[in-house]
Design a protein around this ligand. Structure first.
Ligand SMILES: [Zn+2]
Length: 680
């Protein structure tokens, strides 16, 4: 039998032939892909001709095609439709893959060529993008240990491989705890307070788990547990759900305890940083960001912390008021906050989630985001029901430019499943590259709770924001227009990567968009103006709480990676940091360390959870450009946005890209204003 992973894929857009692919195909395919990539790289290093941009830098960018294609596919499947066999392959492959890249980056002959070109880069007469690629690849080599002495290189490679194994185990433990948990609700009494949409989603979750009539299930999926915490009148059940949610990985279940894994990861990262001559991992990680140094990050987090504490204290008064009105005499705990905040919000703004949701059917909101992309960037989305994904939930659209040119393929997978990791994310199945003649294939994953059979999936306002957020990343991938793959799409500095995604969220809240697309799924009645006004008025309510939750996680992340050595006990360390900053007990963390996938499922956001706030400074300021232009769809501003931000990938230094769009450096005030923290 031929292995389908090794064939040319004669499919629409060259998307993977998912139906033919089995878990057991991956290990042999990776073996061959690694061999092939090694041979390509050896040939580049052994070239008798002296190093040139084309025979070294462009050649490196073009190498490893089979491997890259496999990695994109494999990481998609293990994240969205995993199985015990895929998980076993993932555990088996993590270390060899890491070792492969270490060997390339520490290849003396290869680095000598890259380094020599880098040394005389100004005299090579390169285009700006070529110069950027050369500098980027050179930095990739250096940051992966190319300059270390051989003895240190050996140790460094061991660290990197071990980290890859630990990341895999961490993620698999979190998934096991999430998919293993269910809070079953079996009586009207246990469903008390839950509006129809929560009941429908909880019933569907029960059906998905093969449970019979009359049973409802609350899982740890955010789109189920958060509405449950906001609406359940059963304080004891809220406490149970809350403890399970925030207790993931913290040792309650010995088989999936992540505490020792966190500690070992932190220890190895500290050692990795020391080998590079840094005092701590945060210094090493931040060197390759816009922020560059810890004080810049700390300053931003400090800037919002006090105003957020003040805002949350005000919100607390409203929450305590709601408790008093309900005759509750117990202490305000973390599992009470959302419930009484929802009551306070309802009382103050006469606004009720259950009243809003019928206007936000998933399909309509998808149509809304496509429409915004059309008006801003001229993109057109045509459904391709003939293209099959890895699961029946997966849908594909062909994307074309205004002039009819093919842009790429957009793929979406919207629903929570036990085989899918939590959260929402974008990942490419193929990156754009003119040099390789590659159009992008971009996948968006969400974890919405599916509506009951025969009914649409209804989103909360927050869910709609998530939908637009991931689509913003998707547009960053789709609109990419660069020569070289390494610079394509979202492969930008990580405190820039959330700019296109968070910026796109602004359009979902535009009255003009809501009026047109937010329509009642049963009556087709548009969102009433009064309800729209209430939504706008209530927007900043709860921002104190939300800002604290987020910022506390970012502070813990930074503190954990600023240590010269791993803490003895990560849970105790987390508590110390929170106590130092005075996080009110009723708030609770956004992500605790033992399930903080941003930090420990890869190095992607390690010492980097701050990037959302950093990018928010950029996105709020960027959106002001549309406000100043007088329309959220101002054509000239949109064209500048496409050219400077969404299509340029990493071909331009991010600060310069922002200045090209905005005409100046970003300022922090629009972000503070947007969160209601300016006057606090
Ligand atoms: Zn994002």
């Amino acid at each position: 039998m031929t292995n389908p992973l090794l064939l040319d894929w004669a499919t629409p857009h060259g998307i993977a032939p998912f139906a033919d692919i089995r878990a057991e195909h991956f290990e042999p395919a990776f073996e061959q892909a690694l061999r092939q990539h090694r041979a390509e790289v050896e040939a580049i290093a052994a070239n008798v001709a002296s190093a040139s941009f084309d025979n070294t830098i462009a050649a490196l960018d073009a190498s490893g095609r089979l491997l890259t294609r496999l990695e994109h596919l494999f990481s998609s499947l293990t994240a969205s439709a995993t199985s015990p066999a895929l998980q076993a392959a993932q555990r088996a492959l993590a270390a060899p893959l890491a070792a492969h890249y270490s060997a390339i980056h520490m290849h003396g002959g290869l680095f000598a060529r890259v380094d020599e070109l880098h040394g005389r880069r100004q005299s090579l007469e390169l285009s700006p993008e070529q110069l950027r690629l050369l500098e980027r690849l050179h930095l990739d080599f250096v940051r992966a240990g190319a300059r270390l002495a051989p003895a240190y290189q050996a140790r460094y490679a061991v660290i990197v491989s071990r980290l890859a194994e630990l990341y895999t185990r961490f993620a698999q433990n979190v998934l096991a705890e999430e998919s293993g948990y269910q809070l079953q609700l079996r009586s009207e009494d246990e469903l008390a307070g839950l509006p129809a949409f929560v009941r429908a989603a909880a019933r569907q979750a029960a059906v998905d788990r093969g449970l019979g009539e009359g049973v409802h299930v609350i899982t740890l999926s955010r789109s189920l547990v958060v509405p449950f915490l906001s609406h359940s009148a059963r304080r004891d059940l809220r406490e149970q759900a809350w403890r399970a949610w925030v207790g993931r990985g913290d040792g309650g279940q010995p088989a999936t305890d992540n505490r020792a894994i966190c500690r070992e990861i932190l220890a190895l990262r500290a050692e990795q940083a020391r080998l590079h001559g840094h005092a701590c991992y945060a210094d090493y990680a931040l060197e390759d960001t816009m922020a560059q140094r810890q004080p810049a990050v700390q300053q931003l987090l400090d800037r919002v912390w006090q105003p957020a504490l003040t805002a949350q204290a005000r919100e607390r008064e409203a929450v305590l008021g709601a408790m008093a009105a309900a005759g509750a005499t117990h202490e305000l705990q973390a599992w009470d906050w959302r419930y009484y905040a929802e009551q306070a919000r309802r009382a103050r703004f006469a606004l009720d989630d259950a009243e809003v949701k019928p206007f936000f059917a998933l399909d309509r909101m998808v149509a809304a985001m496509f429409d915004c992309a059309g008006r801003l960037f001229g993109l057109k989305f045509s459904a391709r029901p003939d293209i099959a994904g890895y699961h029946p939930d997966v849908k594909a659209w062909e994307v074309t430019h205004a002039d009819g040119r093919l842009c790429g393929l957009f793929v979406q997978d919207n629903f929570a499943r036990p085989t899918k990791r939590s959260g929402a994310w974008m990942n490419p199945l193929r990156n754009q590259s003119t040099a390789l003649g590659a159009t992008p294939i971009i996948l968006n994953n969400n974890n919405f709770a599916r509506g009951a059979a025969g009914e649409p999936t209804l989103l909360s306002f927050d869910d709609v924001r998530t939908l637009f957020h991931e689509f913003g990343h998707g547009l960053h991938g789709l609109l990419s227009s660069v020569q070289y793959e390494r610079l394509a799409g979202t492969q930008v500095l990580r405190d820039f990567v959330e700019l296109p995604s968070q910026l796109f969220e602004h359009w979902m809240a535009e009255p003009e968009v809501l009026r047109r697309f937010a329509r009642h799924w049963q009556t087709d009645e548009p969102l009433p103006e009064a309800l729209l006004a209430k939504l706008q008025a209530a927007r900043q309510f709860g921002q104190g709480y939300e800002t604290l939750r987020y910022t506390a996680s970012a502070l813990v992340d930074l503190a954990a990676h600023a240590l010269p050595q791993a803490p003895e006990d990560v849970v105790a360390f987390e508590q110390q940091v929170l106590a130092r900053y005075g996080l009110p007990a009723e708030v609770g963390l956004n992500h605790r360390l033992t399930h903080f996938q941003h930090l420990f499922s890869s190095a992607g956001y390690a010492a980097g959870y701050y990037v959302y706030l950093w990018a928010e400074v950029l996105d709020c300021d960027a959106y002001e450009a549309f406000v100043e232009a007088g329309s959220p769809f101002d054509a000239a501003t949109a064209e500048r946005l496409r050219a400077c931000i969404y299509s340029s990938g990493n071909s331009v230094e991010p600060g310069a890209a922002f200045r090209a769009f905005r005409g100046r450096d970003p300022v922090v005030e629009p972000m503070l204003k947007d969160r209601g923290l300016l006057t606090a």
